[in-house]
Design a protein around this ligand. Structure first.
Ligand code: ASP
Length: 283
């Protein structure tokens, strides 16, 4: 069983986006190890340029990019946050899983990716740069060259929009999950979201695998994957999933979508924040 998401918060979803997620699902479904499946699914979406991860990652307030990812399977987790030069943050998170327990971030994490021979993040496309300039001008009235106190003050009270990628898989009785994101458009440089945080953006144990999307700083207040896990003691996955979405809506407003599978073969996807792109395959 393999379930992918291409982020929530979408106002409209184009045909090419759906084609792309289905293509990645198809590629990854051919593998039989759940960890390989989720990593390949996420890598494929990172490379597609259609989602807010890898090549398609969104820009920060100064027009830079930074990526976060997490992966989990079989009692191990790995996470990489705030990487700026690595195309596939999920591959770095996957590598970290095999180290003594670690989560890595920043320049040193990029250096590690370079040592491993992971592909570098290519420059932002001209189209994306144009989009950035238009949006930042709308927000601030100009294209900033550096962060100033005045800019910080003006950001107070502004709402955020979102579009991450993630996958969960069940194969051979084992569960895995992976999540990767470029974060939130016009975020502050240095921001870290929920995606590399276990229990919030990604989660897998012997019973449940989960991957979230939405507004990171709100998601960590809810810890949706952990909350889902605790509700599974008393409810099936569908009921538990709906409850988590409703509670999150009440507590932090529309901001969250997630996908999940359980070891006994239940699957759930849902969002309380506009539309979420998903693809589901089961044998
Ligand atoms: N959750 C991601 C973050 O806050 C963004 C997203 O899901 O689109 O970094």
């Amino acid at each position: 069983m393999l379930l992918l998401h291409g982020g929530t918060g979408w106002k409209e979803v184009g045909e090419d986006t759906l084609l792309s997620i289905n293509e990645c699902s198809e590629r990854a479904f051919g593998l039989n190890d759940p960890l390989e499946m989720v990593v390949e699914a996420v890598r494929c979406m990172e490379d597609s340029g259609k989602f807010n991860a890898g090549i398609g990652s969104t820009y920060d307030l100064l027009g830079g990019r930074s990526l976060d990812a997490g992966a989990a399977c079989c009692g191990k987790i790995g996470a990489a946050a705030n990487v700026k030069a690595t195309k596939n943050a999920v591959l770095l998170a996957r590598y970290v899983m095999d180290l003594p327990p670690h989560m890595v971030a920043g320049e040193e994490a990029d250096r590690m990716a370079e040592l491993l021979g992971l592909p570098p993040l290519p420059p932002m496309s001209g189209e994306k740069r144009k989009q950035y300039e238009e949006r930042v001008k709308k927000l601030l009235g100009f294209v900033p060259e550096e962060l100033t106190l005045e800019i910080l003050e003006r950001l107070k009270g502004k709402e955020e929009g979102s579009g991450t990628v993630g996958a969960v898989a069940l194969a051979g009785g084992r569960l895995a999950s992976a999540t990767s994101t470029g974060g939130i458009a016009l975020k502050l440089p240095g921001r870290v979201g929920d995606s590399p945080i276990f229990g919030a953006g990604f989660y897998a144990d012997e019973e449940l695998a989960c991957s979230s999307t939405g507004i990171g700083a709100k998601i960590v207040k809810v810890m949706p994957c952990l909350r889902l896990k605790s509700k599974l003691k008393e409810a099936g996955l569908a009921e538990a999933g709906r409850e988590v979405l409703e509670e999150a809506l009440r507590e932090v407003g529309p901001s969250l979508g997630f996908i999940a599978v359980t070891r006994d073969g239940q699957a759930f996807w849902g969002t309380n924040y506009r539309k979420m792109v998903v693809s589901f395959k089961v044998l």
